[in-house]
Write a new protein. Structure first.
Ligand code: IPE
Ligand code: IPE
Ligand code: MG
Length: 233
């Protein structure tokens, strides 16, 4: 099922999306195991959330784990899963910052979905425990792939109509995992790769894109401000 965001009033401010890349290389440069890079990445996400909400970002959407990432070594996947439990468990901090949690990804009960039960529970709990916050909406993409999202939306549009010719952009939008999310204004990808990696293909249609050499664990306020400056150009 798709976890519905209880109807949210549109929040004024930009929608920023981040492809949080480079945790492994960050660790390698320090002679540490890749898992340490993921731990540092999760800690930096907490910091980025504080910075983003202080800058008036209305929606922050981050790529936590992709539909393609399951092929990584089992121990690394296990570690990343445990970090998502930690991330969705930061309720007190999220409430202090008035941040509301949301999630996008393959619906738990659909074929191919792989989110384990303990992560599902953490996601549901975080959504419930932050539902009354009125500040920034933090959407975590977990077991997310944009093609899967678009295929599902297209299938649903087709099953609802007698004439596929009448399907509109609005119909597609209404069947995305989180249809309330506005288009992305700014996409940031860390760690020097200039790829989109199957992230939010529909939603980034008109986004500015900021690629930085910084690894995700090193993305700081000054770099975020450089990216945000693109929105004023
Ligand atoms: C991003 O860092 C985290 C995830 C994709 C889960 P990577 O693990 O991709 O780090 P690099 O790209 O190998 O350095
Ligand atoms: C994209 O990073 C996915 C996440 C950040 C979760 P990857 O490291 O998986 O992307 P590719 O494989 O380099 O495109
Ligand atoms: Mg990577």
């Amino acid at each position: 099922m798709v976890l519905p965001m209880n109807a949210i009033l549109p929040i004024p401010g930009p929608h920023v999306a981040c492809i949080m890349d480079g945790n492994g290389r960050w660790a390698k440069r320090r002679g540490l195991p890749r898992t340490e890079g993921h731990t540092a990445g999760e800690e930096n996400l907490a910091e980025v959330v504080r910075i983003a909400s202080s800058r008036g970002i209305a929606y922050l959407t981050v790529f936590g784990f992709s539909t393609e990432n399951w092929v990584r070594p089992k121990a690394e996947v296990r570690h990343i899963l445990s970090l998502h439990k930690r991330l969705f468990g930061r309720i007190q901090e999220l409430n202090e910052n008035n941040v509301r949690i949301n999630w996008i990804g393959r619906p738990f009960d659909e074929p191919g979905a792989r989110t384990p039960a303990f992560v599902q529970r953490a996601i549901r709990q975080a959504i419930a425990d932050t539902a009354t916050n009125t500040g920034m909406v933090l959407t975590v993409a977990f077991d997310y792939g944009s093609r899967a999202e678009l295929l599902r939306a297209a299938q649903r549009c087709i099953s609802e109509t007698s004439s596929t010719a009448s399907i509109t952009s609005e119909d597609m939008q209404s069947h995305l995992y989180s249809s309330e999310l506005p288009d992305v204004d700014l996409l940031i990808r860390t760690s020097g790769e200039s790829r989109i990696s199957n992230f939010l293909l529909w939603q980034i249609a008109r986004a500015k894109v900021y690629f930085t050499e910084r690894s995700w664990p090193d993305l700081d306020a000054s770099e975020i401000d450089k990216a945000l400056a693109l929105l004023r150009k």
